[in-house]
Write a protein that binds this ligand. Structure first.
Ligand code: ATP
Length: 314
């Protein structure tokens, strides 16, 4: 149980609400290596945080509760299976405090969309509760708890553009020019299960019908050090794309429509079904978004830019 000297409880942490904003991620490069003994695949990925955000507000409370609004409301369980609840329990357990808070999630990142929304919410919860409870963990301690919650969670604390290795949890920032890249994000109706996408890739590889695996990230990392979106476009890639297309053949139409609308490149984000398109600039992105909306190949189209910061108190 939490031990505090008399009166400390009142002074520690934030009294007022703590609001944290956290971005979605796309993988500019998602290289899927062999299946490991622990059931995860060895990944070689470049994460990129984009300006589609969830927002988590943490208030003082006598128990731990979670409410939500926005994407996935009514579908997403708000019990202890929710990554927000799991993150709050994990932090409280690590820091030796009671997991008492009233948490509210405002969700704009679609569920099971390949944009790591659940991981983003877990990252936001760690940052928010750390401030609310005054546990004052270091970034490294938070990253350690984050890694246990999910492979993408450490990156969503960092944000920006970063290399991910291991099962994706080992994150190191990428040296890049301070440039913004503009993305058109095509959100599909319904989600795709990430484990199912990996299983489908394994199946395609066993059958010998998977495309050749992506090579090293060198070309992409070099492109990020330049300012030319055309150069970046030529280096984007995702080993899970064939699997996502096999599970959701209609995504081929979405990808075609984005490229026909003038995108420099299009790819499936993570395990899908969200597709992202690189645009030459912000104005071009708006035009592509309008055409893509008119083509009726997805549920919703948004324009975003990246890189943006990870989970931050606002
Ligand atoms: P990734 O790109 O990391 O594979 P994703 O974007 O495809 O993830 P998420 O929305 O992160 O998918 O979550 C996938 C599943 O995780 C959901 O279908 C849901 O069952 C579970 N989950 C638990 N908590 C949350 C949460 N707060 N937000 C979204 N999903 C959650």
């Amino acid at each position: 149980e939490a031990w505090r000297p008399d009166g400390e409880d009142e002074r520690r942490g934030a009294m007022g609400p703590v609001k944290v904003r956290v971005p979605a991620k796309v993988n500019l490069h998602l290289g899927v290596g062999p299946l490991r003994r622990d059931g995860y695949h060895e990944l070689n990925t470049v994460y990129h945080a984009i300006s589609i955000y969830d927002e988590l507000t943490a208030r003082r409370g006598d128990t731990l509760t979670l409410t939500m609004e926005g994407e996935g409301t009514g579908e997403l369980a708000l019990d202890d299976s929710n990554l927000v609840m799991r993150a709050a329990h994990a932090l409280a357990g690590y820091a030796g405090v009671l997991p008492h808070a009233r948490l509210h999630l405002r969700k704009q990142i679609p569920l099971a969309g390949g944009l790591a929304g659940g991981s983003a919410d877990a990252a936001a919860t760690l940052v928010a509760c750390d401030a609310l409870w005054g546990t004052g963990l270091t970034r490294d301690e938070l990253a350690g708890i984050a890694a246990d919650l999910g492979s993408d969670v450490p990156f969503l604390i960092h944000g920006g553009t970063a290399l991910g290795t291991g099962r994706g949890e080992a994150v190191s920032p990428v040296l890049a020019r301070p440039t913004s890249w503009y993305w058109v994000v095509a959100i599909a109706d319904g989600g795709l299960s990430t484990p199912a996408a990996y299983r489908e890739l394994d199946r395609l590889r066993e059958a010998g019908t998977a495309g050749p695996p992506l090579g090293a990230t060198d070309a992409l990392l070099a492109a990020l050090r330049q300012r030319d979106p055309r150069v970046l476009a030529a280096t984007l890639g995702n080993d899970l794309q064939d699997a996502a297309l096999a599970m959701r053949p209609a995504l081929a139409e979405t990808l075609k429509a984005g490229e026909a609308a003038g995108a420099l490149a299009g790819l499936v984000s993570g395990s899908g079904p969200t597709c992202v398109f690189l645009a030459e600039n912000g104005a071009r992105a708006e035009r592509i978004a309008a055409e893509l909306t008119a083509a009726e190949v997805c549920r919703e189209v948004r324009v975003a830019h990246g890189p943006v910061a990870g989970a931050r108190i606002v």
